[in-house]
Design a binder for this molecule. Structure first.
Ligand code: ADP
Ligand code: ZN
Length: 717
């Protein structure tokens, strides 16, 4: 049963969203396309079927670094996984191929170019073995419409010809329609069922803050979040280095990462980040692709990202484990201007135009007075109807409205008097009557010079932003520096023909840092350091020992016995056997010292019951299961009957039980037209006995076929 395997190997109690449905679909031998955001839980959609199906599951994955991590994590859960890649010696490769040939391997991870190398010779060798499933990770790489096209992925289209019987599951976090269609077409699985998940990352909190003293803001943030890992994205390599240096000087475990470093240096810091010896990674966008660290707690943007897709992707690296995480962007218009220069594509005016438009959208995103989450999801074509998401700066802010006509008129007249030739900085200085040399002498003679001296610089910045948002003012970017001009609407306000209502953010409501689970912080820290020691000893990242969710549950439910551990997230059989006693020792000692009692019964009762399957509460027996496995593995009813030395009828009845238990769909057993014909008769004569139904149908329909359809109809209620 999928649920048993989920618990036994992965240590989870329940499936997320569509996982169960997807796994079911895959196990029935169908082609599948899974579109799920980062952290959604895509891997389980092929890892679990791999454990259920007979034979080898081939996982195509583009990044060798990720491959290694995934294999390590699987092996650590007691799953037989290997990777074939260029980092293995010839000897190791031979050994790997031998264990595959011996049927000892469940999952094989491989890069596409490797799988298809030598005109597909390796694939041909593999096709001699029983292949259960082919999983294509990061499947958008096959599409030129995707953001990460890799020509070597195109070769994968040939798999279908060589292994026509093997089901394919393609997985991606790329949402757009064009890419999706392209993926199934290029992979030769146009009939694949598409499972689309919502792209809402509800555990990520989104904030966009005006960039003033960004360094102090960052230091405050990371100082308030000790022990947490995070990424700070900067635009340039130089910035990444400088910022990392400054943070180090101020005593933080920070390092930098960018494409200008050699592979060795990059690898070293990346590993250190995964192993928690470096807590803060200051990086350009080069960082992130090869990293699966589930407990990244914050992503800070020191500069504006180049478009909304990038913003979503970069912030998405936070909180894969589902725990609360923050994404903060420090916004300044100056950065938008700088970004423009980086955005322009040389000798390609068309592409430049598109990129500039995307940047403009990102700019609007930062300045819009709408829930960030809503705007983000709607950008990706989803509707989000929640009134207040409770986890973005807009929804968490209190706003006040007031009549601002006079203030607006002061600002507008400053723009007009200085002939629409200046930027906001100059205009504010002018309004505040700055004595600076920068202010032109003749401007200092104007009546409007200094009429806004009673208002602070920060407030003026907000007011100007509001005037831009309300389209009374406009930014002009032609020429070397941006200047502010007045719109027709602005002129009407200046003439007193229209009033202005300001809506300004007054204060940020403190986020209710309510924990999902009440747990003992001190115990959590003890468990965390035990985890660090284990990880160090085994030379793996701490999150591979167990994740933060597991530590929180340990510290919250205080399991005292090995049997209690079954109820803790992430503790599968292997982890209990390997690490159980060590964690239990710490908890027992702590509970005794502090006279605490175990709360594990709460967890047990909180566990949602496994969904009851109508009509077949007991599930399949061993013999039925064996038949089902063989059938889903590609054997025909006749072949199974022959191999198992059972009657043809018996095999069919096993499969009917499987349909009743919803472990298999009827479409696997019967051709569509037959199902349709039988179903029509069955539905018209709901009280009829089997023989009666048979008499109403053509002779080519057997009793078992009718039974199968009846069972299917009944099991769907
Ligand atoms: P993706 O590949 O979609 O980015 P992953 O497969 O890496 O996501 O899963 C993200 C995280 O969610 C992992 O830490 C994984 O262990 C966890 N996870 C996946 N499915 C479940 C589940 N059913 N219950 C609890 N945790 C899960
Ligand atoms: Zn919101």
């Amino acid at each position: 049963m999928p649920n048993t395997i989920l618990k036994r190997y992965f240590g989870y109690d329940t499936f997320r969203d569509q996982q169960e449905e997807i796994i079911h679909h895959v196990c029935q031998g169908n082609h599948t396309l899974v579109v799920m955001p980062t952290g959604g839980g895509k891997s389980l959609c092929y890892q679990l079927p791999a454990l259920m199906l007979e034979g080898l599951t081939i996982v195509v994955s583009p990044l060798i670094a990720l491959m290694k991590d995934q294999v390590d994590a699987l092996v650590n859960m007691g799953i037989r996984a290997v990777a074939l890649n260029s980092s293995l010696s010839a000897e190791e490769q031979r050994a790997t191929m031998n264990s595959i040939a011996a049927g000892e391997i469940t999952l094989l991870y491989i890069a596409p170019e490797r799988l298809m190398s030598d005109q597909g010779r390796l694939l041909e060798t593999l096709s001699n073995y029983k292949i259960a499933l082919i999983a294509i990770d990061e499947a958008h790489c096959v599409s030129m419409w995707g953001h990460d096209f890799r020509p070597e992925y195109l070769q994968l289209g040939k798999i279908r010809a060589l292994l026509p019987q093997v089901p394919v599951i393609a997985l991606t976090a790329s949402a757009d329609d064009m890419t999706r269609k392209d993926i199934v077409q290029k992979l030769g699985i146009p009939e694949a069922r598409v499972f689309m998940s919502s792209f809402n990352r509800s555990n990520i909190h989104y904030y966009i803050e005006q960039k003033r003293d960004a360094y102090s803001a960052i230091v405050n943030y990371i100082a308030e979040h000790p022990q947490q890992s995070g990424i700070i994205y900067t635009l340039s390599r130089a910035n990444a280095e400088m910022l990392a240096q400054r943070l180090q000087d101020d005593g933080f475990d920070a390092a930098y990462y960018h494409a200008g470093m050699d592979a060795n240096a990059r690898n070293t810091v990346q590993e250190a980040f995964k192993k928690d010896t470096i807590r803060i990674m200051v990086a350009t966008i080069a960082f992130g692709m090869g990293i699966d660290k589930p407990d990244v707690r914050f992503v800070l943007h020191y500069n504006i990202p180049k478009n909304i897709e990038s913003y979503y992707q970069e912030t998405g690296r936070a909180g894969r484990d589902g725990l609360k995480s923050d994404a903060i962007l420090y916004y300044s218009y100056g950065d938008v201007i700088t970004m423009r220069r980086f955005t322009e594509v040389e000798n390609n005016p068309e592409r430049s135009e598109i990129m500039l438009q995307k940047l403009a959208q990102m700019d609007r995103f930062c300045n819009a007075n709408i829930c960030r989450r809503k705007m983000l999801l709607e950008y990706f074509g989803e509707t989000y109807t929640v009134e207040n998401c409770g986890s973005c700066d807009f929804c968490l802010s209190k706003r006040i409205s007031f009549e601002g006509t006079i203030i607006a008129q002061k600002a507008l007249s400053a723009v007009v008097r200085t002939e629409e030739r200046f930027g906001i900085g100059y205009l504010i200085d002018f309004l505040r009557g700055s004595r600076s040399e920068k202010i032109w002498k003749q401007h200092k003679q104007f009546k409007t010079y200094g009429i806004g001296a009673d208002i602070s610089k920060e407030k003026w910045q907000q007011y100007f932003q509001e005037l831009l948002d309300q389209k009374l003012l406009r930014r002009e970017n032609a020429g070397t520096y941006p200047r502010i001009t007045i719109t027709e609407k602005g002129k009407r306000v200046l003439a007193g023909a229209e009033e202005v209502l300001f809506t300004l953010t007054e204060e940020r409501v403190a986020v209710d840092e309510k924990k999902l689970l009440e747990y003992d912080n001190q115990l959590f820290e003890l468990l965390r350091s035990l985890r660090t020691r284990i990880a160090y000893r085994e030379a793996i990242p701490p999150y591979m020992v167990v994740g933060d969710v597991s530590l929180q549950e340990l510290a919250g439910y205080l399991p005292l016995h090995k049997t209690d551990l079954i109820h803790i997230n992430g503790f599968g059989e292997m982890k209990i056997a390997r690490y159980g006693e060590q964690f239990l020792d710490v908890i027992r000692k702590y509970a005794k010292e502090h006279q605490l009692v175990s709360q594990i019964s709460k967890k047990k009762s909180a566990k949602p019951a496994v969904k009851a399957r109508p009509k077949a509460p007991e599930g399949l027996n061993a013999s039925e299961r064996m038949t089902l496995d063989m059938f889903l593995g590609g054997k025909s009813v006749g072949e199974i009957a022959a191999i198992r030395e059972l009657h043809y009828n018996t095999i069919e009845s096993h499969l009917i039980s499987a349909i009743a238990a919803k472990e298999m769909s009827i479409e696997k057993l019967l051709p569509k037209d037959k199902i349709k014909r039988i179903r029509e008769v069955v539905l018209q004569h709901t009280d009829a006995r089997l023989a009666e139904l048979k008499s109403k149908l053509e002779d080519d329909i057997s009793y078992n076929e009718i039974k199968a359809v009846l069972t299917d109809v009944q099991s769907h209620g």
